[in-house]
Design a binder for this molecule. Structure first.
Ligand code: GUN
Ligand code: FE
Length: 425
């Protein structure tokens, strides 16, 4: 028996970054977890199905958070007075050290997963910590939430405090393999492991070589950080004098696209040679505008990436970003692009609302396959939004209602949520 879902409401989604597809008062049909079609009226072959009538509410694809740190959720909104490297040493590493305790992890991750479940996010690429046990605990919780996630046990064997450093590359390798085997053994449906070298300053060449072999053996995707802050970039050049540029230090270990699905967060200062390599290799960029403001990192040239048709989505980057709410990430992306255009480079036009919405839905969703749109064959990740709390009763225009939500909405507006056709609430 086919599992058929028919939802009625005002339907908005992106086919491309330039324009929104808008279907007022229409019916979205999903069959066995995949989008089938959108109809103006219930078609005769579906007329016996009891459809879910969401009335005047707005139905959009689920959003993808391409970059978030689960263990940092507990300290979001604190300690934003420093730049990246000092912020990591002063606040972040001590906080992440606490996840050696399963009791602490249980409490903090329970809260994180519950908030993520309620948010506009249906898919996420998540950094945990170096600790295998608490990372598995997080994955158990995520599996139960029915969100679709990729989760990394973080690797770091240098330039980190004793409390948050793997003892050697060999120990990191064997613990990471043990973690991967545990994840495979659990046979999760909704959550998978992703290889997660924190960033080049935290990972020795020896560790990167070993992680490369794990990646090949278990066919893993990779996530990391790239060209976020000027001091970080200068440091990578010192640590890896053999690399031509920061991204090249990942590419030497085949962790920079090509046959390895890869997400690199930030890319604020990527030189053109790095941009070209990312484009050539098909690397996904996680744009994290709020984080880049909070840590005084800068503003990434998103217009350049869009014009070059590169893979790009949005990341909350909690806790350098202060919210899981990807509506806010869209708003920050648009706002940051305006400041960049005005103060830094008037040749790169600011992002439009349609472009920001595309980044949060189809742009980032692409990392998971056919995700983030309502075109036929896309996975049925669906949000039903109720904007009565913020809407002006006379505002009818659907595009304007969406724009208003981008600036004003949070999880309170998420009325119903589906991931791969399964209803979460
Ligand atoms: N680079 C390495 N680790 C981190 C982190 O936790 N957050 C951010 N924003 N950048 C990083
Ligand atoms: Fe990050």
């Amino acid at each position: 028996m086919d599992n058929i879902l028919v939802l009625h409401g005002n339907i908005l989604f992106s086919k491309n970054s330039k324009e929104l597809s808008i279907h007022k008062d229409s019916y979205l049909v999903s069959i066995n977890g995949l989008i089938d079609a959108i109809y103006n009226e219930i078609p005769p072959h579906l007329k016996d199905y009891v459809y879910k009538d969401y009335g005047d509410r707005i139905i959009i694809p689920g959003m993808t958070d391409l970059h978030i740190h689960a263990p940092q959720y507990a300290f979001q909104g604190i300690g934003m007075d420093l730049e990246l490297l000092d912020w990591l040493n002063t606040y972040t590493f001590p906080e992440e050290s606490k996840y050696s305790s399963l009791t602490y992890a249980q409490k903090a991750y329970t809260n994180f997963v519950e908030r993520l479940r309620k948010s506009t996010t249906t898919r996420a690429c998540i950094f945990a910590t170096i600790h295998e046990d608490s990372t598995l605990l997080l994955m158990d919780m995520l599996e139960k939430s029915n969100l679709s996630t990729l989760v990394g046990k973080v690797n770091m064997d240098r330039n980190s405090p004793d409390s948050l450093r793997e003892e050697s590359a060999s120990i990191a390798f064997s613990n990471t393999e043990k973690f991967i085997l545990n994840v495979l053994d659990k046979n999760y449906k909704n959550t998978k492991a992703i290889l997660t070298p924190r960033f080049i300053p935290s990972c020795s060449d020896e560790l990167m070589t070993k992680l490369q072999s794990l990646k090949d053996k278990y066919d893993l995707c990779v996530q990391s950080h790239l060209s976020e802050n000027p001091s970080e970039i200068a440091w990578v050049q010192e640590l890896c004098p053999w690399s031509s540029f920061y991204g090249d230090a990942y590419d030497k270990f085949n962790m920079f696209g090509r046959n390895t699905k890869t997400i690199m967060a930030h890319c604020v200062y990527s030189p053109s040679i790095e941009i070209e390599r990312m484009k050539e290799n098909g690397v996904f960029i996680a744009h994290c505008p709020e984080s880049n403001i909070n840590l005084s990192s800068g503003i990434a040239p998103i217009r350049t990436f869009l014009d070059k048709d590169m893979h790009i989505g949005l990341g909350s980057d909690v806790a350098a970003g202060t919210t899981l709410n990807l509506f806010k990430a869209i708003a920050y992306a648009i706002q940051a692009s305006k400041i960049r255009w005005r103060l830094q480079d008037s040749s790169l036009n600011p992002l439009t609302v349609a472009e920001g919405f595309y980044l949060a839905t189809k742009g980032g969703g692409e990392f998971f396959g056919k995700v983030g749109s309502f075109e036929q064959g896309y996975e049925s990740d669906i949000l039903v939004l109720d904007d009565t709390r913020i809407n002006h009763s006379e505002l009818q225009d659907l595009e304007k209602r969406l724009e208003r939500m981008i600036y004003l909405a949070d999880e309170r507006e998420v009325f119903a949520k589906y991931v791969k056709g399964t209803q979460l609430f």
